[in-house]
Design a protein around this ligand. Structure first.
Ligand code: ZN
Length: 736
C-alpha cells in the first residue's frame, strides 16, 4: 500500500490507538479484524510527550511495529499528531510558553495524559523556542515514520481548538508574545495607526500601544471583536500553517496533510480559514453525543420522544455540520468524517445508547448525503481511559464482532465499491446558500447580556437549515468574505439570516449579486451595527437601505406564544414586548403569513414593495434590484423551523423560494445527490414516522439499483421505492 494506491479508494478506517495504549497483541489482533471486514485504513495517534520523553530521545518503536503490520495487511495508516500534549521538559525549557487567560492568570494545566481534550490548550506556540522545538519534533516524526510508504495521510491537529474556557477556566491567549503577534498583524492590516483609529474610532498613538479588551464581560467593541478574530483566524491558523509546512519539508513521499475539527463552527468563518492552511479539512461526527437545542419543540417534553430525537441526530449533528465543513472546504478538496461514532458515547458512568444496525445505516448514509469523502471510525475497540472508558467503539471490551460493526462494514464496503462517487467532493452545488460572516459572528459572540443574541443567531441559522432540509432543498453555506468567488454567482438565492452586524463590503456584494440576477433574502436587524459593533444611523446598513428604498420605523421585541419563556429575556418593568403574532402577507405574499420570532421590525416603504405587514405597517419588503430581487423580512423566520413550528411560516418560506429552486421531488422522501462521471448516487431519506412508498422521477437512460440489496421497481422514467421510518436508502444510477 502506498499513497497512489490508497487515494484511488474510498477510505474506510478506524482509530486503533492513542497513548496510553492497550497491549500490542490486542492492537495487532484488532487490526487483523478490521482488515478481514474490508477496512483499508487505521488511524494512529502519536503524542509528543511519550515520543520525545527527554529532549532529543525519540521512542517510535510501537508505531514502527503497528505501521509495519498494517503494510503486511495492505492497509493505509493515517497518523495524527498531538502537539498540545507536549513533554514536561518543553515547559521547563521555555517558561514563557504558558498561555495567558483573558483575566491575566496563567494556564497551569500542562497535560500529563491525552485526556482531557488531547492536551488542549497546550503550550503557546507564539513562543519562538517552543515553536522551534515543535517543528523540529514534527520533522523528526515525519522523516522517520514517513519511511513507511503505507502512511497515506498526516493530521496536524487532533480536533483544532484550545478549549481553554472548558479546560483551564477562561479564554486564551493574551500572553505578551501573542499580544506582540496581534500588534504585528494589526500593522499588516492597517499599515498606518491612523487608519486603525479611523476604523475603530480610537486614539492610539502607535500599534505598540494597542491592547485587547480584557474586561470580565464581553462587549461588542473593536478591542474585543478584533482580538478574538485574530486569535481564532490568524493565530491558530499560523500554528496550522507552520505544522503543515514542517511536514511538507520533511516528508520523503509528499503525502496529503490535513487537520480536523471537533465540530463545525457553524455561524463562523474559521473553518474556511483552517481549510486553506492544509490540503483539506475534516471533522469529528458524534451524532448521539449532544442533545438537540433547548428551544426546540420536542425538547420541551419531559422524556425525549424517540422519533424527533433520532431525526435531530441526522439533520442537526450529521447533515448540518457536514454540509458546513463541505461548504468551507477548498473547491474539490476531500471532506473527511475523520472521527466517526462507532459505539455508545460514554462519559464516566453515563452510558449512551448502543447503536444498532439501523443507527449505523442512518448515520453513515446521512453523512454521505452531506458530501463526506471518507469515514474513519472512533474507535476500533472500547476506550480504556478516563470518562470515555468502555465507550465509543465498534467492538466491545471483548469479542471480535458486534451488530453495529457488521453493519458499518457492510455499508462501508458498498461505499468502497464506488470510489468514483463517494471518494470525491462531488455533491452538486446547491441552488440556495445560507450566508455566514465572521464579522457578524464575532460581534454577536461579544454581546454578553444573557448571551441572548448569540443564541438567537445560532438558533435561527440552524432553523433555516432545518427548514430547507425538511423541504428536500439542498443548501450550501457561503461566507461573507468570499462573496467574490465565481461559484457565488451560480447560486439562485442567498439567504442572509440575522445579519445584525454587516460591513459595507458584504452589503455592497449582496446588492451587486442581486443586480446581476440573484435573489437575496434578508431578515430584520440587517446591519443595525457595523463590523466594529458600532450602531448604524437609521438602524440598517446604508447600502441595503438605499437598494431597498426603505426606512426602519420601529424595532420591538415580541413575546413567545402562550407567554412561554424559552428565549425571552426578562421584561425590566413593563411594556417592552409586543404580543405574539404573525406578520401578514400582502402584495407578492398575499394569502401567506409567518410567525414573528424574537422581534419584529417595521418599515416605511412604498406600498408596491410591501410583502408583509405588522399592525398595518410594512414588516417585509420585496423589491426588484437590477436583474434580481432583494427581500427584507422584519423578523427571524428560521426560528420557526424548530420552535413553535407551524405550517404558515413554512408555506411562506416555500413561496418566497418558489421559482428559484427547481421543482424537486414532490413527496415526503428527501433526496440528496452525489455525482460521479458516469454514474451517480441518490441518498433517500424518510423523515416520517411511517414507512413511505413513493414514485420518483429519474433521468432518461439510467439503470437504478440498490447496492445494499433493497427492492426498487423501475419503469420508464421513474422508480418506486419504499423507505422505512427514519431510514435512509442508497440508489446508484448508472448511465446506460
Ligand atoms: Zn500566547
Amino acid at each position: 500500500m502506498n499513497k497512489e494506491q490508497f487515494w484511488k479508494q474510498f477510505p474506510l478506517g478506524a482509530h486503533l490507538c492513542r497513548e496510553p495504549m492497550p497491549p500490542m497483541s490486542e492492537l495487532i489482533h484488532d487490526m487483523n479484524i478490521l482488515k478481514s471486514k474490508g477496512f483499508n485504513l487505521v488511524k494512529l495517534q502519536e503524542h509528543w510527550m511519550y515520543d520525545e520523553p527527554t529532549e532529543g530521545t525519540y521512542c517510535f518503536d510501537k508505531y514502527h511495529e503497528l505501521i509495519t503490520h498494517a503494510a503486511k495487511l495492505e492497509m493505509g495508516v493515517y497518523l495524527g499528531l498531538t502537539c498540545e500534549h507536549a513533554p514536561n521538559w518543553l515547559w521547563q525549557k521555555h517558561p514563557n510558553c504558558r498561555m495567558e487567560h483573558k483575566n491575566g492568570t496563567k494556564v497551569m494545566f500542562q497535560a500529563q495524559s491525552t485526556l482531557p481534550g488531547d492536551g488542549k490548550p497546550g503550550p503557546c506556540y507564539d513562543d519562538p523556542g517552543a515553536m522551534a522545538d515543535q517543528l523540529r519534533f514534527i520533522k523528526k516524526v515525519v522523516s522517520e515514520l514517513g519511511q513507511h510508504q503505507n502512511i497515506v495521510l498526516w493530521n496536524t491537529w487532533q480536533e483544532i481548538g484550545y478549549w481553554a474556557e472548558w479546560n483551564s477556566g477562561d479564554t486564551v491567549c493574551y500572553c505578551p508574545q501573542t499580544m506582540a503577534f496581534y500588534r504585528r498583524w494589526l500593522q499588516s492590516v492597517y499599515v498606518d495607526i491612523d487608519a486603525l483609529n479611523q476604523h475603530w474610532r480610537t486614539r492610539y498613538m502607535s500599534f505598540e500601544s494597542v491592547e485587547a479588551d480584557r474586561g470580565l464581560a464581553n462587549y461588542a467593541i473593536p478591542q474585543q471583536i478584533f482580538f478574538r478574530y485574530f486569535v481564532e483566524n490568524v493565530q491558530m491558523a499560523n500554528v496550522l500553517q507552520q505544522r503543515y509546512k514542517a511536514i511538507k519539508e520533511a516528508d520523503p513521499f509528499d503525502r496529503p496533510v490535513f487537520a480536523h475539527k471537533g465540530y463545525a463552527e457553524v455561524g463562523s468563518g474559521v473553518d474556511w480559514v483552517y481549510a486553506r492552511t492544509q490540503d483539506f479539512l475534516g471533522t469529528s461526527c458524534y451524532p448521539a453525543w449532544r442533545k438537540a437545542h433547548r428551544f426546540d419543540d420536542f425538547m420541551q417534553e419531559k422524556r425525549l420522544p424517540r422519533h424527533e430525537a433520532l431525526l435531530a441526530e441526522m439533520w442537526d449533528e450529521l447533515s448540518y455540520k457536514m454540509d458546513y465543513i463541505r461548504s468551507a472546504s477548498k473547491n474539490g478538496a476531500p471532506v473527511w468524517a475523520a472521527e466517526y461514532q462507532g459505539g455508545p458515547i460514554n462519559t464516566d458512568f453515563s452510558k449512551g445508547r448502543v447503536p444498532k444496525a439501523d443507527d449505523m445505516r442512518r448515520w453513515m448514509l446521512t453523512t454521505m448525503g452531506a458530501g463526506a469523502t471518507a469515514i474513519s471510525f472512533w474507535v476500533t475497540r472500547a476506550e480504556i481511559m478516563g470518562p470515555e472508558s468502555n465507550g465509543f467503539s465498534l467492538l466491545d471490551s471483548e469479542g471480535d464482532s458486534t451488530v453495529r460493526f457488521e453493519e458499518a462494514a457492510r455499508i462501508g464496503n458498498v461505499l468502497k465499491a464506488y470510489p468514483d462517487i463517494f471518494a470525491l467532493n462531488n455533491k452538486p452545488q446547491a441552488e440556495v446558500a445560507l450566508l455566514v460572516d465572521e464579522n457578524n459572528f464575532q460581534v454577536v459572540k461579544s454581546m454578553s447580556f444573557n448571551n441572548a443574541v448569540q443564541e438567537y443567531y445560532l438558533y435561527n441559522l440552524r432553523g433555516w437549515y432545518k427548514t430547507l432540509w425538511g423541504m428536500g432543498i439542498a443548501c450550501d453555506f457561503a461566507l461573507g468574505s468570499y462573496l467574490d468567488e465565481a461559484k457565488v454567482s451560480r447560486y439562485k438565492a442567498i439567504i442572509v439570516p440575522f445579519a445584525i452586524a454587516m460591513s459595507d463590503t458584504v452589503a455592497m456584494a449582496l446588492v451587486e449579486y442581486a443586480k446581476a440576477g440573484g435573489k437575496v433574502i434578508m431578515e430584520g436587524s440587517c446591519g443595525r451595527l457595523n463590523e466594529c459593533g458600532y450602531a448604524t444611523r437609521g438602524e440598517i446598513n446604508p447600502h441595503i437601505r438605499q437598494a431597498l428604498d426603505v426606512k426602519v420605523l420601529e424595532h420591538t421585541l415580541v413575546r413567545e406564544p402562550n407567554d412561554e419563556c424559552r428565549w425571552t429575556q426578562p421584561e425590566r418593568t413593563w411594556g417592552e414586548y409586543a404580543d405574539a403574532g404573525f406578520i401578514a402577507g400582502t402584495g407578492k405574499m398575499k394569502g401567506f403569513s409567518a410567525r414573528a420570532n424574537v422581534f419584529v421590525e417595521t418599515y416605511q416603504a412604498p406600498p408596491q414593495d410591501t410583502c408583509f405587514t405588522w399592525n398595518e405597517n410594512p414588516a417585509g419588503i420585496c423589491k426588484d434590484v437590477g436583474k434580481g430581487q432583494m427581500w427584507l423580512v422584519g423578523t427571524l423566520l428560521g426560528v420557526s423551523g424548530t420552535a413553535y413550528v407551524n405550517d404558515d411560516t413554512s408555506n411562506a418560506v416555500k413561496q418566497m423560494l418558489a421559482k428559484i429552486v427547481g421543482p424537486g421531488h414532490d413527496g415526503q422522501l428527501l433526496i440528496q445527490k452525489r455525482k460521479g462521471t458516469n454514474r451517480q448516487a441518490w441518498i433517500i431519506t424518510n423523515p416520517c414516522k411511517e414507512a413511505v412508498t413513493e414514485k420518483i422521477i429519474i433521468p432518461q437512460g439510467v439503470r437504478v439499483a440498490d447496492p445494499l440489496g433493497g427492492n426498487v421497481v423501475q419503469e420508464s422514467g421513474a422508480i418506486t421505492i419504499t423507505v422505512g421510518p427514519l431510514d435512509v436508502r442508497l440508489l446508484v444510477l448508472e448511465q446506460l
